[in-house]
Design a binder for this molecule. Structure first.
Ligand SMILES: [Zn+2]
Length: 97
């Protein structure tokens, strides 16, 4: 009778330690997943920040040769030139627009 009780107790202990191990493992896994998620998010944020910078740079590629104003497209540049610098010669690349 005492022996059976002893085995039962041992079983209980074993089950308990397995459960603890499983929980510990799960915790590690979820921590790893969270870290991975964070790293991904950071990467994405970095990407989008870079993309925005690139887009902003791309959006302002035309720089007025006279006043260094930045324009998003040649038409705006041409209008700018006609309005701001009517006495100056228009750059060749704007004449055909
Ligand atoms: Zn200008």
């Amino acid at each position: 009778m005492i022996q059976i009780l002893h085995i039962l107790l041992l079983n209980l202990l074993l089950v308990n330690s397995f459960a603890t191990m499983a929980r510990g493992h799960q915790k590690i896994q979820s921590q790893a997943k969270a870290a991975e998620k964070q790293a991904k998010m950071k990467k994405q944020q970095g990407h989008s920040a870079n993309d925005q910078k690139k887009a902003a740079q791309k959006a302002l590629v035309y720089v007025c040769v006279l006043c260094k104003s930045q324009m998003p497209d040649p038409k705006t540049y041409k209008q700018h030139f006609e309005n701001k610098h009517p006495k100056n010669d228009m750059p060749e690349e704007l004449k055909d627009l």
